[in-house]
Design a protein around this ligand. Structure first.
Ligand SMILES: NC(=O)c1ccc[n+]([C@@H]2O[C@H](COP(=O)([O-])OP(=O)(O)OC[C@H]3O[C@@H](n4cnc5c(N)ncnc54)[C@H](O)[C@@H]3O)[C@@H](O)[C@H]2O)c1
Length: 407
């Protein structure tokens, strides 16, 4: 591995936010930026001599691409998902993959707050009537948020942050999560979703995309909501039965809804959009933009670039999507050896034996394993000679060996 000061090269495609290129440039890395997604052929050509690749969701990093990019050390997904990357293939080659799982949390929370206020005050219905030339001044069905109960299903990063903001607006917060989650502020934990549905004036889903959550919310759950309650889903499209939601909106039992995610979503901006929820003035439909703000994009750029730089300069894999997580402060005056290896008995003993035979003293060392892969970070006194690196590369369990010069 080359330290950032040795002019390593990064390729950033799909208009990754400029904050990433700025961070790389400041670290002495040569950056090439491309404003569109690349197909496999062009990607392979451009990866020649590149150690760091930054993509968003539309560039696919397949086994074939990785096979033809021997110099590649790490891939940054400047987005949330990593489905576009063949993670097992990256792991098998010792290529670290990072993403930005937290950067758009606040953006999603703010959209939820905006929608809860808009639906509770019937803003979309009023707006629709005004644009149709109708003046309908009435307080009926409009409420203050203050004192109303928000029911949050899924109290993870987004759900818990929404809890804090909703309380600041004067709402009572209840939540249901299948995992043990610390209740923030005065939020109350419910022991079941039914308990939450019985009380909530607003129900909002923030569960993750595990397969068991398919059709989590359908006919029965809508029927258990308080009459006149409001429903939001900004989590995953497949968790909600939209036909059932339509029926409960049509019947008036659900007073309004906001939906940002859909079971099947158009592939590209500008594509047509079909849904049984279209044409309802009390339903806010948005094209999966919960996390899409300029602030989130900037944060993603800085966050993922920081992770990639941490990997290059210290071998840090904290929050890596595919490699065992290791973070070890550099020990002054030592050089660092990174060994990715098959997770087999004796791998660490082999490494340490080779270092001892090479006359290197281990100053500090850390090992972490995940599934079939182990990752050892070792600081040794003095530079690691090429002869030692060659022996390590030839060990049966070795996936990848990198060295970092003395800190
Ligand atoms: N609309 C958007 O643009 C957008 C942007 C970012 C994230 N998201 C989605 O929002 C969701 C939440 O994101 P997050 O970062 O808070 O995730 P997270 O993993 O931090 O939290 C999810 C929580 O849901 C809980 N959970 C899972 N299944 C449950 C169930 N059946 N009942 C109750 N609780 C359950 C989990 O225990 C966890 O606490 C994810 O699905 C994510 O993909 C959407």
């Amino acid at each position: 591995m080359t330290a950032p000061s040795d002019r390593i090269r990064a390729l950033l495609v799909e208009n990754v936010h400029a904050s990433a290129a700025e961070r790389f440039s400041r670290a002495g890395i040569e950056v090439e930026c491309v404003d569109r997604a690349l197909d496999a052929d062009e990607l392979v050509k451009r990866l020649d001599g590149v150690q760091i690749l930054g993509i968003r969701s539309r560039t696919h990093v397949t086994t074939e691409v990785l096979e033809q990019a021997p110099g590649l050390q790490a891939v940054g997904a400047f987005c949330i998902g990593t489905n576009q990357i063949d993670l097992p293939a990256a792991t098998a080659r010792g290529i670290a993959v990072f993403n930005a799982p937290f950067s758009n949390t606040r953006s999603v929370v703010e959209l939820a707050v905006a929608e809860i206020i808009a639906l509770t005050r019937r803003l979309t219905v009023q707006n629709d009537a005004m644009h149709a030339g109708q003046w309908r001044k009435s307080a009926k069905g409009s409420h203050e948020l203050r004192g109303r109960t928000l029911g949050i299903v899924g109290y993870g990063k987004i759900g818990s942050q929404l809890s804090v903001l909703a309380e600041a607006l004067g709402m009572r917060v209840q939540f249901f999560d299948t995992a043990d989650r610390l209740a923030l502020g005065n939020a109350q934990r419910c022991l079941s979703m039914d308990e939450l549905l019985a009380d909530a004036d607003v129900v909002t889903l923030h569960v993750d995309g595990r397969p068991g959550n398919s059709s989590l919310f359908g006919e029965e759950e809508f029927a258990r909501m308080k009459p006149g309650a409001i429903f939001l889903n900004l989590s995953r499209g497949f968790v909600v039965d939209h036909a059932a939601l339509r029926r409960h909106i049509d019947s008036g039992r659900v007073a309004g809804a906001a939906v940002d995610v859909f079971p099947t979503e158009p592939a590209a901006s500008g594509d047509p959009f079909e849904s049984e929820l279209r044409g309802l003035p009390n339903v806010i439909l948005t094209p999966h933009i919960g996390g899409s703000t300029e602030e989130a994009q900037q944060d993603i750029g800085e966050f993922v670039a920081g992770k990639l730089l941490g990997y290059l300069s210290a071998g840090t894999t904290a929050l890596s999507v595919n490699l065992p997580e290791v973070q070890l402060e550099r020990s002054p005056g030592t050089s660092r050896l990174l060994l990715l290896h098959q997770n087999r008995p004796g791998a660490l003993a082999h490494l340490n034996g080779v270092l001892g035979d090479g006359g290197l003293n281990i100053e500090q060392q850390i090992l972490s394993t995940a599934g079939a892969v182990g990752y050892a970070v070792t600081d040794v006194n003095g530079e690691v000679p090429q002869s030692v690196i060659d022996v390590l590369c030839d060990m049966a369990e070795t996936i990848r060996v990198e060295t970092l010069p003395a800190a």
